[in-house]
Design a protein around this ligand. Structure first.
Ligand SMILES: Nc1nc2c(ncn2[C@@H]2O[C@H](COP(=O)(O)OP(=O)(O)OP(=O)(O)O)[C@@H](O)[C@H]2O)c(=O)[nH]1
Ligand SMILES: [Mg+2]
Length: 701
């Protein structure tokens, strides 16, 4: 039996959840089609989702088509919940990108498609809502080819467009224009197919239709071609053709169930008693109940400044015993003795397992990287009842388990808790979740923009063991220099790998990543290369009685404590510049409001490019600081008598003009050596003190 792990992705309200419901119904998993508007769908199961009529969390359901088990992951379309989409990308065999036949291609659709294509994930496009008035499949198809993917192949035409009776009419082998057009397109992307075609043309014959379809499937699997289906999730039109397309055109996997164990955790749920359930997609091997399973995080590879990439998270391999397994089958997850390669299973019993963790053989783990922009806003969460402070921290900690990008931070000095956010809707969801699930009422301090720091020059520093004022039993030298935008933090070894125990090198790397979360002005330092230029340690020493003597032997702690001092010295020499996040916007406004809009845009520091007239409206694209997007959103209805439409998505960082904002530090500040050493001493407390005494004693001997 093969499995197809399928993501459904789209902009908000495109109809993903409704389509999921239809697919389940068509496959016979449910007897009645649930509705988003009544709050009765299978995948919008959270109270908050039903109340708001939007998807907030990704949800998995499954159904069978022939001999293929389809595990379908319904994702949220609102840009505030892009992190949910991010987490499922690495477990997909294919995706259906839904586009509304009325609203068409939107900014979010482009963000998603760009990422799917970059990752080489096979994509079918489903143009939904053909039953709605205003549906325009020609315009949507043109926009798909123009703005999403040139190699989009319409698989049919539509009859009765824009009416309740609208239905797609699939093209067949009997449509010579379709077959020839398809063959042309496929020949552009594959030399073997082109050669075959030319060869046959010489003999005045055509490539057989089966061969064309097989080539379409092959190019779809390679992410080169994108078949486009049409239909309606409400009437069910076109859902049959899409279902058939899933198994014909997307590559289902079997996987090697006998191979070494390897899988990825893409979702965590907590049960009523607080027990964790991990959703794992298995790539290889089989996990059985009562297996002892290794799991952990892979550091690096990501966009820096994105938490979860962070330091404390790095590749410590943990182990736990699997106490229960369920496997997705016929709709829901069913208890099972094992989950084999290819499948999605729920694993219970693994304490401390987190989103993004890999399971199985650490040799097979690879870093994933981040595909979308990190959150650009942050806010301080304040409990209405002062007594709730402790429970608020615990509650937010649990939310962060399911959504690491909120990057919970406790400011020890001010005793404040802050989180990172994508937008106002996510903020409301956090507030409602805290109230509903934890009984904690909160308010938020003003939302502020998360800036980043980019390294300007090159800086080096070194601290040598037992030299000068270095109180730690470690030698560390580091060089920091800029890397291109999007490169993340790259840690390199300029010393021999064998020059030090690996644990010490690892401690330096982890601490470098941790330290860079707060640069010279308190913002995360992104896009740089850090090279370890010097290393040194004192080997494990024992006294006559073979007792490990901490005072004379380097420990990982020495490296962890020394690294921030060296790195911040290097960073100070390199210098940093504070950057702010910028969005790309697209405004669609009535022509008569255009004049009044321009000065407002200027006031928001938006930089529009030349406007394009479109019918009796203007389309205006450009950049705007992320910090001002919400204001623009709020002003738009008044400025455009309710007819303006705004799309925006993060695009890049730009240097801040004028005085750069600082973010208050929340850690032990390695910028001030004296304070830092005092704090380290306090932190390690008695342990350090006694080690110091022992050290002093051994030196005086
Ligand atoms: N007329 C019509 N309405 C549709 C169709 N598909 C979905 N809708 C409606 O569009 C709205 C949004 O549908 P959802 O299925 O929640 O869309 P979604 O893509 O899951 O939305 P998010 O998960 O919040 O991003 C609901 O009111 C649906 O009833 C369709 O094919 N035709
Ligand atoms: Mg939905």
């Amino acid at each position: 039996m093969r499995t197809l792990n399928l993501g459904i992705l789209a902009h908000i309200d495109a109809g993903k959840t409704s389509l999921t419901e239809r697919l389940l119904y068509a496959a016979g998993v449910i007897d009645e089609v649930g509705s988003v508007d009544d709050g009765s769908t299978r995948t919008d199961s959270l109270a908050l989702e039903r109340r708001r009529g939007i998807t907030i969390k990704s949800a998995v359901v499954s159904f069978a088509v022939g001999d293929v088990t389809v595990n379908l992951i319904d994702t949220p379309g609102h840009p505030d919940f892009i992190a949910e989409v991010e987490r499922v990308l690495s477990v997909l065999d294919g995706a259906v990108l839904v586009v509304s036949a009325v609203e068409g291609v939107q900014a979010q659709t482009r963000v998603l498609m760009r990422t799917l294509r970059r990752l080489g994930i096979p994509v079918l496009i489903f143009v939904n809502k053909i039953d709605r008035r205003g549906a325009d499949t020609d315009a949507v198809l043109a926009a798909v080819r123009d703005r999403l993917a040139p190699a989009a192949v319409a698989m049919g035409a539509v009859d009765g467009l824009g009416t309740r009776d609208a239905r797609p009419v699939p093209y067949t082998a009997a449509d010579p224009e379709f077959v020839a057009g398809l063959a042309d397109l496929l020949a552009e992307h594959d030399d073997a197919f082109l050669a075959d075609r030319l060869d046959r043309l010489d003999h005045a014959s055509d490539v057989p239709y089966e061969r064309v379809r097989a080539e379409l499937a092959a190019q779809t699997a390679r992410g080169r071609a994108h078949p486009v289906f049409f239909g309606s999730a409400i009437t069910g039109a076109g859902v049959g053709a899409l279902t058939a397309g899933l198994t014909e055109l997307l590559p289902a996997t079997a996987g090697d169930a006998q191979g070494p164990v390897s899988g990825t955790v893409f979702k965590i749920e907590r049960g009523p008693a607080g027990e964790r359930t991990a959703y794992v997609r298995m790539f290889s091997g089989t996990v059985r109940v009562r297996d002892r399973l290794r799991f952990g995080h892979v550091a690096g590879g990501g966009r820096s400044g994105v938490p979860g990439d962070g330091p404390g998270d790095a590749a410590a391999v943990r182990e736990g015993k699997v106490t229960g397994i369920s496997v997705f089958e016929d709709g829901a997850a069913m208890p099972a003795p094992a989950v084999p390669a290819g499948r999605i299973g729920l694993l219970r019993g693994l304490a401390g397992i987190r989103i993004g963790d890999r399971v199985g053989d650490p040799d097979l783990w690879a870093a994933d990287g981040h595909h979308f922009a990190p959150p650009s806003l942050e806010t301080v969460v304040v409990p209405r009842r002062a007594g709730d402070k402790g429970s608020l921290h615990v509650a937010l900690g649990q939310l962060a388990e399911q959504d690491p990008l909120i990057d919970l931070r406790l400011d020890e000095l001010r005793q404040e808790i802050s989180v990172s956010l994508y937008g106002e809707v996510q903020k409301e969801v956090v507030q409602a979740t805290l109230a509903d699930e934890f009984g904690i009422d909160v308010t938020f301090r003003e939302t502020t923009t998360i800036h980043v720091e980019r390294v300007i020059g090159r800086g080096e520093a070194v601290e040598v063991i037992k030299k000068d004022a270095n109180p730690f039993l470690a030698t560390v030298g580091l060089r920091i220099e800029p890397a291109p935008p999007g490169a993340g933090v790259d840690f390199r070894l300029g010393v021999e790998l064998g020059s030090m125990p690996y644990a010490f090198i690892k401690a330096v790397e982890d601490t470098v990543r941790a330290t860079l979360r707060q640069g010279l002005r308190g913002w995360a330092v992104i896009d740089c290369v850090v090279t370890m230029t010097h290393s040194g340690y004192w080997a494990r020493q024992s006294h006559a009685h073979a007792v490990f003597d901490k005072s004379m032997s380097s420990t990982s702690g020495d490296f962890r404590n020394l690294t921030p001092l060296v790195l911040m010295d290097a960073l100070r020499r390199a210098g940093t510049q504070v950057h702010e996040p910028m969005h790309l916007f697209r405004l669609d406004v009535p022509a008569d409001t255009f004049g009044a809009l321009l000065p407002v845009l200027a006031g928001l520091r938006a930089v529009p490019r030349a406007p394009r007239p479109q019918g009796d409206s203007y389309v205006l694209e450009g950049t705007v600081p992320a910090a001002r997007v919400h204001e623009l959103e709020q002003m738009l209805p008044t400025l455009t008598h309710g007819e303006g439409a705004l799309e925006s998505a993060f695009d890049h960082y730009e240097p801040v003009v004028g005085p750069a904002p600082e973010r208050p530090r929340t850690d032990h500040n390695p910028l001030s050596r004296k304070d830092y050493l005092l704090q380290v001493q306090r932190r390690v407390g008695t342990e350090a003190a006694s080690a110091g005494q022992a050290r002093a004693a051994s030196q005086s001997r």
